[in-house]
Design a protein around this ligand. Structure first.
Ligand SMILES: [Zn+2]
Length: 102
């Protein structure tokens, strides 16, 4: 897999998480959100826990993604933060995010 396609997978999972939050926000405790792992493995279906404020900070960062601990990869990705629930991983800046299909 190229760096670009790894990033595309994480970018796709980010879109899923944004949608989960939009749909679930009125129904859930905002300090106990369950989101999909944003690791580059397209078949990964693991969930991770995050608070609403943690998620908001993450959504402001286009190139940082949240993975279940242990799902971070080496190579071009860099771990920028680590908690009991998730690992934040950044992609290099020269990778262009996947544009949504028209
Ligand atoms: Zn994963």
């Amino acid at each position: 897999m190229t760096v670009g396609s790894l990033h595309d997978c994480s970018h796709l999972f980010r879109a899923v998480n944004e949608r989960i939050v939009q749909l679930a926000a009125p129904l859930v405790d905002e300090d106990d959100l369950w989101l999909v792992c944003e690791c580059p493995n397209v078949g990964c279906m693991r969930m991770l826990r995050m608070t609403c404020s943690e998620l908001q900070a993450l959504l402001d960062e286009e190139r940082i993604y949240a993975s279940v601990p242990g799902h971070e990869r080496g190579g071009p990705q860099k771990v920028v933060d680590r908690t009991k629930e998730y690992v934040l991983v950044s992609f290099p800046v020269d990778v262009t995010p996947l544009e949504p299909a028209a």
